[in-house]
Design a protein around this ligand. Structure first.
Ligand code: PEP
Length: 250
């Protein structure tokens, strides 16, 4: 009932030319129609990627956005600019942005609001650090982040929002969460959404797992009832591996 979504987060990798050669390779395969495949690329690769994927089912996402439409915000990019470039998704609140670029729950909420207002699908990242997990604070941290990110969203807006549960200790470390642990937190996130809205909204919201997902382990996550796909960094940098991830989610 929920369409799984596999989103590749290229982080600060790939020029426009490199992005195009990746897409050329992906386009040689028929991807399963029952999975949403998304590539989240650096800003400079987005216009070329959007053009190259026109007429395909591959979605294009940015990795950040500013909440204002325009203004004196040197170095920033707005939702209308992303829309004009053909972008449909945007990652918001990735743990790297929270850790290195002063992203806060408040800015995550503003960006989510702006993305939805402008017609983009936000992929909102939440997740605990290792210290928080060891202090048994995972649920508390994740609940606070989800509540803050979604503050003020209508039910219809909440349904359009994708939540990515990404334990910080699992990102880029090769140490993925177990599927059972990821499922426990994703189920808790769904319950949090049900408490904030209602069960129907919670049933429709897509919740991804992210953190060292690769072709070898994705099936274990996809087998869990509350995990609706994955946000993938390293393993999404090669076209053949990305294709395998999308196929495994079907
Ligand atoms: C990410 O960048 O969101 C991520 C989960 O990275 P990786 O798959 O490399 O752990």
């Amino acid at each position: 009932m929920r369409t799984p979504v596999i989103a590749g987060n290229w982080k600060m990798h790939k020029t426009a030319a490199e992005a195009l050669s990746f897409v050329d390779e992906v386009k040689r395969t028929t991807l399963p129609a029952d999975v949403e495949a998304v590539l989240c690329a650096p800003y400079l690769a987005l216009p070329a990627l959007a053009e190259a994927t026109q007429g395909t089912d591959i979605g294009i996402g940015a990795q950040n956005v500013h909440w204002e439409e325009q203004g004196a915000y040197t170095g920033e990019v707005s939702v209308p600019m992303l829309k004009a470039a053909g972008v449909q998704y945007v990652i918001i609140g990735h743990s790297e942005r929270r850790a290195y670029f002063a992203e806060t729950d408040e800015t995550v909420n503003k960006k989510t609001r702006a993305a939805l207002d402008g017609g983009l699908t936000p992929i909102v990242c939440v997740g605990e650090t290792l210290a928080e997990r060891e202090a048994d604070k995972t649920k508390e941290v994740v609940q606070t982040q989800v509540k803050a990110a979604c503050a003020g969203l209508s039910s219809a807006e909440m349904k359009r929002t994708i939540i990515a549960y990404e334990p910080v200790w699992a990102i880029g470390t090769g140490k993925a969460s177990t599927a059972a642990d990821a499922e426990e937190v994703c189920a808790f996130i769904r319950k949090t959404v049900a408490d904030l809205y209602d069960q129907q909204v919670a049933n429709e919201v897509r919740i991804q797992y992210g953190g060292s997902v690769k072709p070898e382990n994705i099936r274990s996550f996809m087998a869990e009832p509350n995990i609706d796909g994955a946000l993938v960094g390293g393993a999404a940098l090669k076209a053949d591996s990305f294709i395998q991830l999308v196929q495994a989610a079907s």
